[in-house]
Design a protein around this ligand. Structure first.
Ligand SMILES: *[C@@H]1O[C@H](CO)[C@@H](O)[C@H](O)[C@H]1NC(C)=O
Ligand SMILES: *[C@@H]1O[C@H](CO)[C@@H](O)[C@H](O)[C@H]1NC(C)=O
Ligand SMILES: *[C@@H]1O[C@H](CO)[C@@H](O)[C@H](O)[C@H]1NC(C)=O
Length: 293
């Protein structure tokens, strides 16, 4: 049996097949004890790009990785880039997008821990620092917005599915990993300028390049109200100085029927899926295109 397997090459293939692996020591100097998991495909390219894939509540790095609706293992295998899968340390496994620590550059929260994972991947895996991308769904999408605001220097582009603007879940008492009904219900509204300022204040001294943002949201979302799409678009319009009331281009039924793609400028694209609920399924092709992969 064994010799037959070896003869068939099956055992060899199984022994060498890439797997999701935990990195227990990633030089994490944050207070947050988020876990780092990495997937290096068998065909990893030289000087590889990196996609950080951030899970939703009630998920983990492992369950997200094996979820057939989450296409990033497939993307990694297909194109030879590395994926890092952070795993939340909080009960219920939502990401902390409410405390000052996480909403501040080098503040010690979950966002800081994920920034450390990116730095580790660049130092240890030869990742191309100019090709680091972030994606996530729901709580992972909220964290994607927070990372874009707190660590703009590390990230080239973001493609996020069904989140809220950075700072929208802020806790008035500074609590870690708090739910915020005003934001989830779509009642936290502000002008583009005000939302932009919320993001800029998370790293006030920074004036370098910022990640290009692609924002997906469903019009039938009953968990994070569709209004959060508008608020997120306003936020990045505020940051980039775009007019949130006048997209430069609007494409109906793009990339699929019932979806509208709105471009606001080179760095911001919104994709609103009229009758889709929580959360919009990731479109690997569209996200990879946005990343330039
Ligand atoms: C923590 O690590 C980051 C890099 O991820 C670095 O920029 C920062 O200076 C470090 N802070 C301390 C206090 O070591
Ligand atoms: C919820 O977030 C809003 C901003 O979106 C903030 O003004 C409010 O204080 C937060 N609510 C709580 C209970 O922390
Ligand atoms: C995903 O997006 C691409 C364009 O980027 C489009 O061609 C494709 O139809 C979309 N896939 C689905 C399932 O909607």
């Amino acid at each position: 049996m064994l010799s037959q397997l070896i003869a068939n090459g099956l055992l060899v293939a199984a022994a060498y097949a890439a797997q999701l692996t935990q990195v227990s020591d990633y030089n994490n100097n944050a207070t947050s004890k988020a876990q780092m998991w990495v997937y290096k495909p068998d065909n990893v390219v030289e000087n590889p790009p990196l996609v950080v894939v951030i899970h939703s509540c009630q998920s983990t790095a492992q369950s997200y990785f094996t979820n057939s609706k989450i296409p990033w293992k497939q993307g990694s295998d297909g194109k030879g880039y590395i994926t890092v899968w952070p795993s939340s340390p909080n009960s219920g496994t939502c990401w902390d997008v409410s405390s000052k620590a996480s909403l501040t550059h080098l503040g010690g929260g979950d966002s800081h821990a994920i920034a450390n994972m990116i730095a580790y991947a660049i130092a240890e895996y030869g990742v191309d620092a100019e090709r680091v991308y972030v994606t996530g769904g729901s709580s992972g999408a909220m964290m994607s917005n927070v990372l874009a605001a707190t660590y703009p220097e590390l990230i080239k582009a973001v493609s996020l599915y069904s989140g809220v603007a950075a700072g929208c879940f802020v806790s008035s008492s500074g609590g870690v990993d708090q739910w915020n009904n005003s934001c989830s219900g779509g009642q936290s509204r502000a002008t583009a300028e005000a939302w932009g300022q919320v993001a800029l204040n998370m790293y006030p001294d920074y004036d370098g390049p910022r990640p290009r943002m692609q924002v997906w949201h469903g019009g039938a979302d009953t968990t994070l109200a569709p209004q959060n799409y508008q608020e997120t678009i306003k936020q990045w319009c505020g940051v980039f100085g775009y007019d949130d009331t006048a997209p430069t281009e609007q494409l109906t039924n793009t990339p699929e029927s019932g979806y509208t793609t709105s471009n606001y400028g080179e760095n911001l694209q919104g994709i609103f899926a009229q009758s889709v609920g929580h959360s919009v399924p990731a479109n690997l092709t569209a996200s990879e295109l946005w990343f330039g992969l």
